[in-house]
Write a protein that binds this ligand. Structure first.
Ligand code: PEP
Ligand code: MN
Length: 359
């Protein structure tokens, strides 16, 4: 068993408890003023959140953006603890930040996306964290690189910190997209396959970049069995000094949390297990048939490929692909299937057929 597996705490659910208790982290993107920090904490104080977050040192893309209030914000967070009894969480990006955070009683530290890309910095932080009794969360690196994320987690785990979690904040992809940072859900799913006990917290604010996307992204994360959410929350988001488009006011956050359903990891009811087992058998059978049909389709494509080769015509035929697209759309409509998903699937099948023809 790896260190990561040993250290990560599985989510435990008390018998009879309907919903597991998730890790909920909320608070402003940045600590701006003492009054703003305390007002946000006051509004969140009865919400049952696990940690109050606020960025003290802000890694910003442009040097013209607000780069955080720095050390002078740490006593404001200490007041959040004493006045409202909330645990506090901040981002650390070097050894000095770790030292300052620990000296001010910070309860959870996280390594940001711009830091987890750099093994030198992650190692420096890991060395500063040696044996420290606070949990540490490692955000995914900005670029979609699972190995880099795993490497950063392993460096922190080897430092023997109290517990470690991953935080999924989406990935930078070049070009226009609905999201500020594309979720690429397959990457955290692969991380979970590699480290089944590692808790994963979703950061829908940084994935969406827009407050109207936060709820859907959170729901998706919970449906996938994530252990927690970190959501930027500000009493006056439109006038926030950083990330103003992706913060919720505390009352919106609470309303949203009430609408969301936190899910258990495992089916623990015997009858339910038997029923899902039966349905899964049927699904396995259908999956086998889908693969057999794909094999038949590839055989036909091979035959057509031989004819194309004999007549020296290109394997890709634009008109044919257009015909397939139209048929897939009609069938999706008739069968009530998601058209976008079906087109993606058939685009892959079609490309593979052409590769096979060209072999
Ligand atoms: C943040 O949480 O405020 C932050 C800077 O996030 P990220 O490192 O994901 O960009
Ligand atoms: Mn932010």
């Amino acid at each position: 068993m790896t260190r990561l597996e040993q250290l990560a705490q599985p989510q435990t659910i008390a018998p009879g408890e309907e919903e597991p208790s998730p890790i909920l982290i909320a608070g402003p993107c940045s600590a701006e003023t003492e009054a703003q920090v305390l007002e946000t904490a006051r509004q969140l104080s009865a919400s049952g959140i696990s940690y109050f977050r606020a960025g003290i040192w802000k890694p910003r893309t442009s040097p013209d953006s607000f780069e955080g209030v720095g050390e002078k914000g740490l006593p404001w967070l200490q007041q959040v603890k004493t006045q409202f009894g909330l645990n506090i969480a901040i981002e650390v990006a070097n050894a000095r930040h770790v030292e300052k955070a620990l000296a001010h009683g910070v309860d959870l530290l996280w390594i940001g996306a711009r830091t987890s890309v750099n093994p030198f910095t992650v190692q420096e932080i890991a060395d500063a964290l040696k044996g420290v009794p606070v949990p540490v969360m490692v955000k995914n690196p900005i670029n979609p690189d699972l190995k880099l994320w795993k490497g950063a987690l392993e460096r922190i785990l080897r430092a023997d910190v109290q517990s470690v979690a991953a935080c999924h904040r989406g990935f930078d992809v070049y070009g226009k997209s609905l999201y500020r940072n594309a979720p690429l859900w397959e990457i955290p799913i692969d991380l979970k396959r590699a480290f089944p006990e590692l808790p994963i917290v979703c950061d829908p604010s940084h994935i969406g970049g827009r407050r109207d996307l936060i709820e859907d992204i959170s729901r998706k994360a919970l449906n996938l069995g994530y252990e927690g959410l970190m959501i930027e929350t500000h009493p006056d988001p439109d006038n926030a000094w950083s990330d103003s488009a992706q913060q919720l006011v505390p009352s919106e956050l609470l309303a949203m949390l009430n609408r969301l359903k936190f899910r258990k990891h495992q089916l623990d009811d015997k009858a339910l297990l038997a029923k899902t087992g039966f349905l899964r058998d049927e699904i396995d059978d259908l999956d086998g048939r889908i693969q057999e049909l794909i094999a038949q389709r590839m055989d036909l494509a091979r035959e057509i490929g031989d004819l194309k080769r004999a007549n020296n015509v290109a394997f890709y035929q634009h008109n044919r692909w257009n015909e397939i697209i139209e048929r897939v759309k009609e069938n999706s409509d008739r069968l009530h299937l998601n058209e976008e998903f079906m087109l993606k699937l058939f685009s892959l099948i079609h490309l593979e057929s052409i590769d096979i023809q060209g072999e």
